[in-house]
Write a protein that binds this ligand. Structure first.
Ligand code: IFM
Length: 468
């Protein structure tokens, strides 16, 4: 009998030594306890109370009850062998009205959380703003008000003063595009406003807040590694026609370059300034703002989920963005083309190659600091079968995107770490609890946690520092 040669195992794709393997969450999405121990209301508490704003009518009052279960959640993280945890602090827990008095009980929670990480050999990566603005600041104009940027820097300085002896890695903002454009143009996110002009102002003040906070963190008495987290997409034209090319330029401009250029190069892209001129003359940009916004960073956080393939239309198509408020202001004549690619439960195209291209583009077009992939992951309609969650789609997504990162590193991108989104199923903003991104399942009735197959798969990759 002739023996059949075994198919050689695919070679392991090793990541660089010291590559950081972690998982990410955000305060409002997991903590719950929104009225406990002196926490003030946030704009997301307010939006959740607005009828119709959240798909399942839910809110963040309990979420994953992490405020009370943080120790077992950290045990879970440690049991997966992950050595880095990206979490966010709720500004209204630390400063209930966003300014002035500090809420000691709120800070004490983060004190315990950070100590708990260090006891378990987990490095904290703290994000200062993951969308939960204190409602009191919103009542004074929120991010439309320049003063909020200064209040944010105060909050950053205070937080670092208290935790900076143990927390070295700080992110100022998470995905300022969402806060500005989903929050003020399409209205899907808090504060749920729909005025494109406001979105442009808010966007600038968010970036100013980032720059001021970065300066405050660098100026603190403890050394700080400071970054910002930006959500990026690869944007491709449906054809080489001038209309499609221009549609791609405009969407890429608002989505990507509107953030990368000021933060990394100290200027807004001129073509996008021209695009938004119908809404804003940018007269709120003051001398020195862009120097502040481009304050030196130690790392850049990239969140990547999907990509956009776009076509330019002669006129807004019925049912297309022009029929409802769009976050890409001024792109009512742009259609996102369905390429027939596999989609996640969010309806987002799966495009790992877009991540490789995005990372290589940063290396090519910008003088960028080292990159951390601060979020990447996928939602699926998970089922529990005999107490287990078999989630091959999430595993496939993970493998494909880690492969894209390995390719990007080979192509010269300086990527130093990866944080899976998310450690836990959680409150997915306007989708409520209807979408699950976790590598660990949360039963919202019992708060029981179950590591999914993807969690074990990810743990094995992290342990090997390699992808098979
Ligand atoms: O859940 C969000 C997270 O809060 C920010 N980035 C995208 C994730 C998935 O939508």
């Amino acid at each position: 009998m002739t023996s059949v040669p075994e198919t050689p195992a695919a070679p392991a794709r090793a990541f660089p030594d010291g590559f950081v393997w972690g998982a990410a969450t955000a305060a409002f999405q997991i903590e719950g306890a929104t009225t406990e121990d002196g926490r003030g209301p946030s704009i997301w508490d307010t939006l959740c109370a607005r009828p119709g704003a959240i798909l399942d009518g839910s809110d963040g009052s309990v979420a994953c009850d992490h405020y009370h279960r943080w120790e077992s959640d950290l045990d879970l993280l440690a049991s997966l062998g992950l050595t880095a945890y990206r979490f966010s602090l709720a500004w209204p827990r630390v400063m209930p009205t966003g300014r002035g008095a500090i809420n000691e009980a709120g800070l004490a929670f983060y004190d315990r959380l950070v100590d708990g990480m260090l006891e378990r050999g987990i490095t904290p990566y703290a994000t200062l703003y993951h969308w939960d603005l204190p409602q009191a600041l919103e009542d004074d104009g929120g991010w439309r008000n320049r003063d909020t940027a200064y209040r944010f820097a105060d909050y950053a300085a205070i937080t670092q003063f208290r935790l900076g002896d143990r927390v070295r890695h700080w992110a100022t903002l998470n995905e300022p595009w969402c806060s500005a454009f989903l929050g003020h143009a399409s209205g899907e996110h808090a504060p749920g406003r729909t005025d494109p002009a406001e979105a442009v102002v808010a966007s600038h003040h968010l970036l100013l807040g980032h720059g001021l906070a970065a300066q405050a963190l660098h100026g603190g008495r403890r050394p700080a590694q400071v970054g910002i987290v930006i959500n990026l997409y690869d944007v491709t034209p449906a054809s080489d026609s001038p209309a499609d090319l221009d549609a791609a330029r405009r969407v890429d401009g608002l989505q990507n370059r509107w953030y990368l250029d000021p933060v990394l190069a100290g200027s807004y892209p001129e073509d996008v300034v021209a695009d938004v001129a119908a809404y804003s003359d940018m007269s709120f940009v003051r001398d020195g703002d862009l120097e502040t916004i481009s304050t030196r960073l130690d790392w850049l956080g990239v969140n990547y989920y999907s990509s956009f393939h776009v076509r330019g239309l002669d006129a807004p198509a019925p049912g297309q963005p022009g029929a409802r408020p769009t976050p890409w202001i001024g792109t009512e004549d742009v259609e996102v083309v369905d390429r027939g690619l596999k989609k996640t439960a969010m309806g987002w195209d799966i495009v790992p190659e877009g991540l490789r291209k995005t990372l290589v583009r940063i290396a090519r077009d910008y003088d960028a600091p080292p990159i951390l992939i601060t979020e990447n992951g996928s939602a699926w309609e998970d089922e529990v079968v005999d107490g287990e969650v078999h989630d091959p789609d999430r595993i496939e997504y993970l493998d494909q995107h880690l492969g894209a990162i390995a390719d990007a590193i080979a192509d010269g991108a300086d990527v130093r770490g990866y944080f899976a989104w998310s450690l836990l199923d959680n409150f997915e903003w306007a989708w409520g609890y209807e979408r699950r991104f976790g590598i660990v399942r949360v039963d919202y009735d019992t708060q029981e946690r179950t590591v999914k197959d993807s969690g074990r798969h990810y743990a094995a990759i992290a342990a090997a520092n390699a992808l098979r």
